[in-house]
Design a binder for this molecule. Structure first.
Ligand SMILES: C[S@@+](CC[C@H](N)C(=O)[O-])C[C@H]1O[C@@H](n2cnc3c(N)ncnc32)[C@H](O)[C@@H]1O
Length: 258
C-alpha cells in the first residue's frame, strides 16, 4: 500500500469513542423501528406500536394538508397508494421478502432536498424505493428526474402502474438489487439505511464509487463507512413515525492514490 493511501485511511478512521457512540445510537433506533422485536417487554411493544400508528396518521395528515392542494397528481397517486394498501400490508410484504419496510415522510424528504440544494437539474436515485412515494414527491415538488430501484415485485409493479396512470414521465422504476445498480447517472442518491448493517453499507459504499464526482449521497441514522471516495458534509435532523434521527450528507470526491 502506498504511504499516501495509508495516511488517508488513518486520517479517516473514526475513534473508538465515536464508534461506540454511533453504535449505541443505532441500537436505540433499531429498537424503535422494530417494536415487535424481542428487546421490549409486551406492554412496551404495544405502546410503541400505538405510538408509531399515531405518528403515521399525523404524518399522513400533514402530507394531505401541505401537499395535496398544491399538486393534484401527487394527491391522487397518494390516495391510490393508500387505497391499494388496504389490500396488502407493505410491512408484511417486505418482511416476507426478507427486508424491513418504512417510509420517509414527505416532510423529511423536504429537509433532505433543502440540505442537498436539490434542483430540477438533479437526478435523484432512491435505493429501495418501496411503493414509490418518495420518488413521486421529489418529482412533483422538486421537479428533478427520479429513478427508484426496488427488489420487491409487488412494490415495483404498484409504483410503475401509478407512474403510468398519472403520466409521470420524469419518474422511472427499475426492479433490481440496488447492490448491482448503475450509479453513473445519479447526482443525488438516497438510502433509508436505518436497518442496514455496517457491512452492507460498506459493500454499497464500494459500489457507489462509480458515482460521478460531486454526486451527493444521503443516508439515514448513520453515515457511510469512511472511505477515500466519499467525504462527509454534515448531518441534519429528520423525523420518522418511529422517532427523530439524523440524515448524513456525503460528497463523492476524487481519490488520487499517490
Ligand atoms: C426502509 S424501506 C424504504 C422505502 C423508501 N425508500 C422510503 O424511504 O420511503 C426499504 C426498501 O428497500 C427495499 N430493498 C431492500 N434491500 C434491497 C435491495 N438489495 N435491492 C432493492 N431494494 C431493496 C425494500 O424492499 C424496501 O422497499
Amino acid at each position: 500500500m502506498s504511504i499516501g493511501k495509508r495516511e488517508a485511511q488513518a486520517q479517516s478512521r473514526p475513534s473508538r469513542a465515536e464508534l461506540a457512540e454511533l453504535s449505541d445510537k443505532r441500537d436505540k433506533e433499531l429498537v424503535a423501528h422494530f417494536p415487535s422485536g424481542e428487546t421490549l417487554p409486551f406492554q412496551g411493544r404495544v405502546l410503541q406500536l400505538y405510538r408509531i400508528k399515531k405518528a403515521n396518521l399525523q404524518f399522513q395528515w400533514e402530507t394531505i394538508r401541505r401537499y395535496y392542494p398544491k399538486r393534484w397528481r401527487f394527491a391522487f397517486s397518494d390516495l391510490v397508494l393508500g387505497f391499494a394498501s388496504l389490500f396488502f400490508n407493505p410491512y408484511r410484504v417486505c418482511r416476507k421478502n426478507g427486508f424491513v419496510y418504512g417510509e420517509t415522510p414527505p416532510l423529511s424528504l423536504g429537509r433532505i432536498a433543502a440540505f442537498c440544494n436539490l434542483t430540477p437539474d438533479d437526478t435523484w436515485l432512491e435505493l429501495g424505493s418501496g411503493r414509490g412515494k418518495g420518488c413521486f414527491w421529489i418529482s412533483h415538488f422538486i421537479g428533478c428526474r427520479t429513478i427508484g430501484i426496488e427488489k420487491v415485485p409487488l412494490f415495483y409493479r404498484l409504483s410503475s402502474v401509478l407512474r403510468w396512470i398519472f403520466r409521470m414521465d420524469r419518474v422511472c422504476f427499475i426492479q433490481a438489487d440496488f447492490n448491482k445498480a448503475q450509479f453513473h447517472e445519479a447526482t443525488c442518491v438516497y438510502l433509508y439505511s436505518t436497518c442496514m448493517s455496517e457491512e452492507d453499507l460498506e459493500i454499497l459504499a464500494h459500489q457507489m464509487k462509480t458515482l460521478p464526482i460531486g454526486a451527493k449521497v444521503v443516508t439515514v441514522s448513520a453515515p457511510l463507512p469512511k472511505t477515500a471516495h466519499f467525504s462527509e458534509r454534515g448531518s441534519f435532523p429528520l423525523s420518522f413515525p418511529w422517532g427523530d434521527t439524523e440524515g448524513y450528507l456525503h460528497l463523492r470526491i476524487p481519490y488520487l492514490d499517490s
